[in-house]
Design a protein around this ligand. Structure first.
Ligand code: NAD
Length: 489
């Protein structure tokens, strides 16, 4: 197909403040909304990475020497430009990811909030100083690491890159972003916006590709730290490889989030929260409600969840999933669960959208009488599918949640404060909700799961991320040679 037939010009790597041609093989960028070809993206390797690292190393001394109060002025501009280009970014995210426009716009709003946190960093990170002996001061400061990299998934083309971009840059590092090959257009637009905000060339670069470039990032001797967000399978590979070359690494993986529903839960609120959590972003959220565990008699709530789910219509208030393979995988999970004895109450298989027949849609799906041994109960489906399991006691329900290898989020729906507290204490997950289906902590609180949903220590956003992206310098100072000292000096 000729380049002229692409809806968007071919994607290029963004290095040292400009888009550069490459002779790497190209990957098609398909819009999951209708299966049309949007663009092509290079599957780059070590050459592009070396150039980006070189540019970042050159930019680092001046960037890290600039006072943080000056660095965040550029991020202040970036925040305002994200606001200015909100509609344009919304359209790009919608086209390349397939989520509905209101969800795409919410991603941009979240990127703005993340940047506002970074702009506030000068108020949060001042070091400490103390006279530790007579005439001797000890002070601590947070220093940048150098060149760092961030590898991101397809499901949030704007928000997840912005989990790292503003904090990393504000803290004085130079950063290389490796976005998902499914959604490279938004990432490159962010690079242009950062330049317009006044970011010096080389401080931020974007390299595209898949496995080879990710492995190159893990191995590169001049990259000091790597963050990764994606599936658990790849998170494990990246964490082992990056730490194997003695880098700092924080790798966030997949999820299987359980919602525990008690019979006293407020019916309307619970049902609408569960349906929205299961189907938002077509279930392609690491915070999606993927499994519901009903305790005791909860059929009245399940009926209402089904009623709410039927109001969710592909192409209207439900976006597409990312690819044909994703659609087939999700439908396979539903069919296998049905064959294993589960009951499909709302069936989203074979969904199509009139006028977008080439799109990859799965309708909302509610499956009851799933048992904990079924694949759909244990594995990440990553689609708008709710697997309902039944438990006779709250402890049995907690045991099901605890048996998951993942541990991103869990939530409880009840009107009892005591029972809610019991679940928040016992659930084995990093982010817990009480009567909330998507318990994403907002800034300044940090985002991160437990178990196989996260490898490494600390969280990726908020105050917790400061530790990951900086190193502490401790300086001991004595000016007065006559100062009376004690045993330590
Ligand atoms: P993915 O793991 O397939 O890809 C993530 C990144 O890794 C992409 O940039 C991709 O190019 C690269 N990659 C893919 N295969 C690779 C390989 N073999 N070697 C090296 N690099 C490789 O994930 P995805 O499908 O893009 O995103 C969906 C997954 O991300 C889900 O599992 C979801 O739960 C997870 N996710 C987790 C969080 C979280 O906070 N824990 C947030 C968002 C998404």
């Amino acid at each position: 197909m000729a380049v002229a037939e692409l809806k968007y010009p071919e994607v290029k790597n963004y290095i040292k403040g400009r888009f550069v041609d490459s002779d790497d093989a190209k990957i098609d960028v398909i819009s999951p909304l209708d299966g049309s070809l949007l663009s092509r993206v290079p599957d780059s390797g070590s050459k592009a990475l070396d150039e980006a690292v070189k540019a970042a190393k050159e930019a680092f001394p001046a960037w890290s020497a600039m006072p943080i109060k000056e660095r965040v002025q550029i991020l202040f501009n970036y925040r305002n430009l994200l606001q200015k280009y909100r509609d344009e970014l919304t359209e790009l995210i919608h086209l390349e990811n397939g989520k509905i426009k209101s969800e795409a716009a919410a991603e941009v709003d979240k990127a703005i909030e993340l940047t506002e946190f970074a702009v506030s960093l000068p108020q949060i990170i001042p070091g400490e100083i103390l006279e530790v002996s007579k005439g001797v001061d000890c002070k601590t400061e947070r220093m940048a690491l150098g060149v760092v990299a961030s590898i991101t998934p397809f499901n949030f083309p704007c928000m997840v890159p912005n989990w790292t971009i503003p904090n990393v840059i504000a803290l004085g590092n130079c950063m290389i972003l490796k976005p998902s090959e499914h959604v490279p257009l938004t990432a490159n637009r962010l690079a242009e916006i950062l330049k317009e905000a006044g970011l010096p060339d080389g401080v931020f670069s974007v390299v595209n590709g898949t496995r080879e470039i990710v492995e190159g990032i893990c191995d590169h001797p001049d990259i000091k730290a790597v963050s990764f967000v994606g599936s658990t399978k790849v998170a494990k590979i990246v964490y082992k490889r990056a730490t194997g070359t003695l880098k700092r690494c924080l790798a966030l993986g997949g999820a299987k989030n359980h919602l525990l529903v008690l019979p006293d839960a407020q019916v309307e609120m619970t049902a609408s929260n569960i349906a929205a959590s299961m189907s938002g972003c077509a279930g392609q959220r690491c915070m999606a409600a993927s499994a519901m565990v009903g305790v005791g008699k909860i059929d009245h709530i399940i009926d209402k969840v089904c009623e709410e789910s039927r109001k969710i219509v592909p192409g209207e208030n439900l976006g597409s999933v990312i690819s044909k393979e994703a659609k087939e995988r999700i439908e396979r999970y539903i069919t296998e669960a049905e064959k294993a004895g589960a009951k499909v109450l709302v069936d989203g298989r074979n969904a199509t959208v009139k006028g977008s027949e080439g799109g990859f849609y799965v309708g909302p799906t509610v499956i009851d009488y799933v048992t904990p041994d079924m694949a759909i109960a244990k594995e990440e489906v990553f689609g708008p599918v709710l697997a309902i399991m039944r438990a006779s006691t709250l402890d049995d329900a907690i045991a099901i949640e605890n048996s998951s290898t993942y541990g991103n989020a869990a939530a409880v729906f009840t009107q009892s404060g005591g029972l809610a507290k019991y679940v928040t204490e016992k659930a084995s997950a990093g982010m817990i909700g009480v009567n909330i289906g998507v318990p994403v902590p907002r800034e300044p609180f940090s985002f991160g799961g437990w178990n196989e949903s996260r490898f490494g220590s600390g969280d990726i956003t908020g105050k917790s991320s400061i530790e990951f992206w900086t190193q502490m310098k401790k300086t001991t100072i004595k000016w007065n040679p006559e100062a009376r000292t004690n045993w330590m000096s």
